[in-house]
Design a protein around this ligand. Structure first.
Ligand code: MG
Length: 501
């Protein structure tokens, strides 16, 4: 049973561990793969500290005369450490010329450094000797004043349980067991080989939900480091700490984006406040709005007379708004708009081809800086509703304009076209449809799908969920809103040349 002090110490360390937004690096057996260093040498500890590693992992044995030494293998120069006497063992040299270090020497140097200590006790043949090693380690770490910077790891279930029972410091188990089994054993979390996390992705979620920091070993290849970053593993134990640090620094984390398209029927059926409340409830990042009136005096929409819908919705949702007028109408303006949580750095309005000289249409295209940084295009349109030939021309024109940018792009809108029309085929050739295939119009009894969300390139986007407005009232417009939750991978854009799948 853990004491109150034990729990508060663990809590304090968890707070520290979890405060890191990014993955941290632990040098496996120190930073040894560099000039003048060697595995588990004092030099490797100093090197790990010098490049700013979060932690330095090292291995500990106890000799037959009760001296704790730092080494990976169970032997050195043919002498079995567990059976050997320290007088003889400490004359053995590491490949870099250092003598086999004692834990006492190792920790004395660590006292003058900043790096955290990930102390592994190797499994001993004698459980009695192993227990003695645990007790002596706990005592020495305390005596050196290194408790705030040390945690214990081991493959031995016996040693693990003893660390958990006798120490206030965090202990992590190296032998992969399920989260439930680990709970039974006590301690503070997993420190598993990467394959176990890969084979059991549900474990990752479980450990994360429990607030247990995840450490993984031994990760050296770029593809494996990338996997750990994509899965938000907390700590990477590696033989190549500099490569891992570089990849962490350059890594761009995938971002959740909720995108939406909604034809408002110029507010005939609901007030701008009611529509804004609907949108705000969905908490989208971007919304493509169609049929948006500004200060009109329509006889068939008296509740909207004189209302600047676009400003009102922006004010009520707290989002940025960008408007594209298509018509002067009924004393005001009629058009489309983009709502965004993210600031716009560039905005354009394109008039669409109109060969039959009917109602003018446009596409509005904004470039937005996600979190003030990563740029992405979001566009909105509302295609002609009379002739599919016109819609096809408009689709060609829009795709041509979107292809001029190398940025990842999302477009939403009322395309006035069902999925089998040429205009939609054109979009499907160049972009990926991420909208739900449910029918969207008319809202009270939908019988056709004419509202869409497309993305490009599709490798930058993963669809997490898509829906047709499950929580919004059907009587606020004659269209259903469409909503898609995307995971956006900005770093996958690099290979892209243009608007291609
Ligand atoms: Mg080790």
């Amino acid at each position: 049973m853990k004491s109150r002090m034990f729990i508060s110490a663990i809590f304090a360390l968890f707070t520290i561990l979890q405060s890191f937004a990014t993955t941290q690096v632990i040098a496996h057996r120190g930073y040894w793969d560099t000039e003048g260093s060697a595995q588990n040498s004092i030099r490797s500890l100093v090197k790990a500290d010098s490049i700013g590693c979060y932690g330095c992992e090292f291995d500990v044995w106890i000799t037959n005369d009760d001296v704790l030494v730092v080494n990976h293998n169970n032997d050195i120069d043919g002498l079995i450490i567990e059976k050997g006497n320290s007088k003889k063992l400490l004359k053995c040299k590491l490949p870099n010329g250092e003598f086999l270090p004692t834990l006492d020497e190792y920790l004395n140097v660590a006292k003058g450094l900043k790096v955290n200590l990930v102390l592994e006790l190797k499994p001993h043949k004698s459980l009695e000797r192993e227990n003695l090693a645990v007790d002596k380690i706990i005592e020495m770490v305390k005596e050196k004043g290194l408790e705030a910077r040390t945690c214990y790891i081991t493959f031995s279930a016996n040693a693990y349980k003893r660390f958990v029972a006798k120490s206030d410091l965090p202990s992590y188990f190296l032998t992969a067991v399920s989260p439930e089994k680990l709970d039974e054993m006590g301690g503070d979390g997993p420190d598993y080989h990467m394959n176990h996390y890969r084979k059991n992705p549900d474990w990752i979620e479980t450990f994360r939900a429990k607030g247990q920091p995840m450490n993984v070993w031994t990760v050296n290849k770029t593809s494996d480091i990338q996997w750990c970053l994509d899965h938000n593993i907390d700590f990477i134990t590696t033989n190549d700490p500099e490569l891992t640090q570089k990849m962490i620094k350059e890594y761009v984390r995938p971002q959740n984006l909720r995108v939406m398209s909604y034809n408002l029927r110029f507010g005939q059926l609901a007030t701008a406040d009611s529509i804004a409340a609907e949108i705000a409830r969905e908490n989208p990042d971007f919304v493509a709005l169609q049929e948006v009136d500004v200060n009109t005096q329509r006889a068939n929409a008296p509740i909207q007379n004189g209302v600047n819908m676009v400003n009102r919705i922006a004010e009520k949702t707290g989002m940025f708004v960008h408007y594209g007028r298509t018509l002067n109408f009924a004393g005001g303006l009629y058009g489309i708009a983009i709502l965004s949580k993210h600031p716009c750095t560039e905005f354009k309005c394109y008039e669409l081809p109109n060969p039959k000289n009917v109602e003018p249409r446009c596409m509005i295209l904004g470039t937005f800086a996600l979190n003030g940084k990563q740029k992405i295009n979001f566009a909105c349109t509302h295609l002609d509703y009379k002739a599919k030939e016109t819609r096809e021309l408009q689709a060609q024109y829009i795709l041509g304009k979107l292809a001029e940018s190398k940025l990842p792009t999302i477009i939403g809108g009322d395309f006035n076209a069902t999925p089998n029309e040429p205009a939609i085929h054109l979009f499907n050739e160049k972009m990926a449809d991420v909208s739900h295939d449910a029918k969207t119009y008319p809202a009270h009894e939908p019988n056709i799908k004419i509202d869409y969300l497309f993305v490009s390139p599709d490798r930058c986007f993963e669809v997490k969920a898509k829906t047709t407005r499950p929580s919004l009232e059907k009587n606020n417009s004659d269209h259903l809103a469409i909503i898609t939750d995307l995971l956006f991978f900005p770093d996958k854009m690099e290979a892209s040349k243009s608007l291609v799948k």
